[in-house]
Design a protein around this ligand. Structure first.
Ligand SMILES: Nc1nc2c(ncn2[C@@H]2O[C@H](COP(=O)(O)OP(=O)(O)OP(=O)(O)O)[C@@H](O)[C@H]2O)c(=O)[nH]1
Ligand SMILES: [Mg+2]
Length: 217
C-alpha cells in the first residue's frame, strides 16, 4: 500500500534563485547598469514597447536579453535594429530564472546603461522569480480586458511600473479604465500606470522619464 512520506525541505528553490538574483543585481549596479524585467502575457507588446523605450532613451546604451520558450524572432528583429541582444530559449519553462540570466549577463559584458530583460510571455510565473532586476515593468493591454488585475494579481502587485498598451485600440474594445485602475490600486498603491501605444507613440515620454529618474536615483 502507498505510504505517504514527509519530506523535510532544507532549502527552497526560491532561496537559491534569490541569492543568485542578489549577486546579479549587485554586479549590474556596480557596472552602472539598470535592469528592467519586462513581464506580460503573450503578444501584449513587450518587444514593441522595449523598442519604443530604447529609441526614446536616445544616447543611453541599451541591451536586451530576450526570453522565449522557442524561436529567436524577437532577437532577430532587435539585432536588425542594431540593438545588442542575446536570446534565451527555455525549451518549455514558463519564466526566466536567475541562473540563466547570470550566464546571459556574463555573455553581454555590459558597462553601463539599461538592460531590458523580456521575460517569457506569461502573466503568472515570471512575477514569482527575481532575476537580478532593479525594476519590474508590467505590460498590460486594453485588448486583454480590464479584469486582469483581479485574475492575475501577483504581477500587478509586484510591478514597479505598469504600461497599459494598445491604447490606440481603446475605441474598439469594452475596456473599462476605472475598473482596471481600481483593481490595480487594490494591489499596488504606488506603481505609475502609464497609458501607451506603440502605434501612435503615446505615453512613451512619461515611461522613459520614469526610467531616467530611476537611473539617476
Ligand atoms: N494596435 C496596436 N498593436 C500593437 C501595439 N503594440 C504591439 N502591437 C502589436 O501586437 C503584436 C504583438 O506585439 P509584440 O511586441 O510582439 O508582443 P510581445 O509581448 O513581445 O509578444 P511575445 O514575445 O510573443 O510574448 C504585434 O502584431 C504588434 O504589432 C499597440 O500599441 N497597438
Ligand atoms: Mg516579444
Amino acid at each position: 500500500m502507498y505510504e505517504p512520506k514527509e519530506i523535510e525541505i532544507m532549502e527552497s528553490v526560491y532561496d537559491k534563485n534569490e541569492e543568485k538574483a542578489r549577486q546579479i543585481n549587485a554586479s549590474l549596479t556596480a557596472s552602472g547598469v539598470y535592469a528592467v524585467n519586462m513581464m506580460g502575457a503573450p503578444g501584449v507588446g513587450k518587444t514593441s514597447c522595449l523598442i519604443k523605450l530604447i529609441r526614446a532613451l536616445g544616447d543611453t546604451a541599451c541591451s536586451v536579453i530576450e526570453g522565449d520558450i522557442e524561436s529567436d524572432i524577437d532577437t532577430q528583429k532587435l539585432l536588425s535594429l542594431g540593438v545588442n541582444t542575446v536570446q534565451i530559449n527555455t525549451g518549455g519553462a514558463c519564466h526566466l530564472d536567475s541562473p540563466v540570466i547570470g550566464e546571459a549577463v556574463e555573455g553581454l559584458c555590459l558597462k553601463s546603461g539599461v538592460l531590458f530583460i523580456e521575460n517569457i510571455g506569461n502573466l503568472v510565473c515570471p512575477a514569482e522569480f527575481e532575476i537580478g532586476e532593479h525594476a519590474k515593468m508590467l505590460i498590460s493591454a486594453v485588448t486583454e480586458g480590464s479584469d486582469k488585475p483581479y485574475k492575475y494579481p501577483l504581477a500587478f502587485e509586484k510591478a514597479d511600473i505598469i504600461l497599459l498598451n494598445k491604447c490606440d485600440l481603446l475605441a474598439y474594445t469594452d475596456f473599462d479604465e476605472d475598473f482596471f485602475l481600481k483593481g490595480v490600486r487594490a494591489l499596488n498603491k504606488i506603481a505609475p500606470v502609464v497609458k501607451v501605444s506603440c502605434k501612435t507613440g503615446e505615453g512613451f515620454d512619461e515611461a522613459v522619464l520614469w526610467i531616467k529618474e530611476k537611473i539617476k536615483a
